[in-house]
Design a binder for this molecule. Structure first.
Ligand SMILES: NC(=O)C1=CN([C@@H]2O[C@H](COP(=O)(O)OP(=O)(O)OC[C@H]3O[C@@H](n4cnc5c(N)ncnc54)[C@H](OP(=O)(O)O)[C@@H]3O)[C@@H](O)[C@H]2O)C=CC1
Ligand SMILES: CC(C)CCC[C@@H](C)[C@H]1CC=C2C3=C(CC[C@@]21C)[C@@]1(C)CC[C@H](O)C(C)(C)[C@@H]1CC3
Length: 353
């Protein structure tokens, strides 16, 4: 097993200070969001309506439920009838690097182990896709059912949020293999960021719109709903088109679906696409993802900022992620990457950013 960073790799996320601040801020933000979502004013920036006591936060029954959920997912993950796919080659083929003076806070946040496994059970891969993503859909569904119980039937806004996010999660599971080339799997260790991100942040904050709708019903007419569906469809079309084009190209550059695209050769022998989706901006998949994020918030109306939290957080996450990826690509491809940036000057939003 390899360390995700070499001993001289530059520190990311603001180093140990940034990592320490994030480990305090993220759980606090998550609790804040959950508390304000069920309060009357639902103010994203206001103080929480009340602070729950320890006896409310600690419930052996909930812990048992959560462990059962993880156990069930782990059992399904271990089922023998599945496709086995090869992951990316490790960066340091010949030698593992173990920095002697590792920084404990930074390492705890980002994780020291790139691929922690017990036999064939890969903790990071398992957590990235299954318990959190499916848990997110289940929480959404619970909100929908509770709304039906409270108000006789689920609202149109609730149906849209559930439908859009179900499509997103279904897509991730359908294209499961593609997750192997994401930077979480190839570059980041399995530390607090991904463990907390996958198991708590995703199910509880990504379902915020559905939670908000349960407590703050929003009227939504068919014409507006149709426009929102169209926005989600455009976002999904770009997101899926861009991701599939790159994955197809990386698997087999002579595949007829991508063979005609223009490319730049790199010193590593790999090529970079400069036409098609990847000739429009350097991260077309992020653009599609952001458009979908907007469509997930719109059914919640414009009276509150809270349902737009995901869009705001996600924009920050993707801008930061883009910068990290840029750094990694510059290291991998050097001059060829500069040439790509010259040919495709915009990062995420054409003519703007
Ligand atoms: N919902 C959520 O919370 C999140 C969703 N996402 C989504 O996950 C998906 C994956 O994102 P992510 O892992 O960040 O990165 P990408 O899928 O964008 O992959 C980046 C890698 O693609 C390759 N690449 C870049 N440009 C080109 C090109 N022109 N031609 C060919 N290959 C190229 C490079 O790797 P190489 O050359 O080595 O192949 C680069 O490191 C995205 O759709 C993103 O929106 C991401 C984070 C959070
Ligand atoms: C807690 C922190 C603020 C940030 C944690 C970030 C993580 C929640 C995200 C990092 C990359 C992710 C991806 C997905 C979910 C969120 C995390 C784990 C993803 C599985 C969502 C579904 C997509 O289709 C995908 C492309 C498979 C995503 C891969 C990256």
């Amino acid at each position: 097993m390899a360390s995700p960073q070499g001993s001289r790799a530059p520190l990311e996320f603001g180093g140990p200070l940034g990592a320490a601040a994030l480990m305090l801020l993220l759980p606090a933000t998550m609790f804040h969001l959950l508390l304000v979502a069920r309060s009357g004013p639902a103010r994203l920036l206001g103080p929480p309506p009340y602070l729950p006591g320890l006896q409310v936060l600690w419930s052996p029954r909930m812990l048992l439920l959560w462990l059962t959920w993880l156990g069930l997912q782990a059992a399904l993950y271990l089922l023998p009838a599945r496709k086995v796919a090869e992951g990316q080659e490790l960066k340091d083929k010949s030698r593992l690097l173990y920095p002697i003076n590792g920084n404990p806070i930074y390492d705890f946040f980002l994780g020291r182990e790139l691929n922690p496994r017990v036999w064939s059970f890969d903790f990071k891969y398992f957590c990235e896709l299954r318990p959190g993503l499916i848990g997110w859909v289940l929480i959404n569904l619970a909100m929908l059912m509770q709304e039906a119980e409270l108000r006789g039937s689920p609202s149109l806004a609730m149906w849209l949020v559930n439908g859009f996010q179900l499509l997103y999660v279904g897509d991730a599971l359908w294209h499961e293999e593609a997750v192997l080339t994401t930077m979480d799997i190839t570059h980041d260790g399995f530390g607090f960021m991904l463990a907390f991100g996958d198991l708590a942040w995703v199910p509880f904050t990504y379902s915020l719109q559905a939670q908000f709708l349960l407590h703050h019903p929003q009227p939504l007419g068919l014409p507006v709903a149709s426009v929102i569906c169209l926005i989600n469809a455009v976002g999904y079309y770009i997101f899926r088109g861009a991701n599939s084009q790159k994955n197809t190209f990386r698997k087999n550059p002579s595949d007829p679906r991508v063979a005609d695209l223009e490319t730049i050769p790199t010193a590593t022998g790999r090529q970079l696409l400069v036409s098609g989706w990847w000739g429009m901006v350097r991260h077309p998949n992020y653009l599609g993802d952001l458009i979908m994020a907007l469509a997930w918030s719109l059914p919640c109306g414009v009276s509150h900022l809270l349902p737009y939290f995901y869009l705001l957080y996600f924009t920050a996450l993707l801008v930061h992620r883009e910068a990290r990826d840029e750094q990694q690509c510059l290291q991998k491809y050097g001059l060829a990457w500069h040439e790509y940036c010259r040919r495709v000057p915009y990062r995420i939003l054409p003519y703007i950013y």
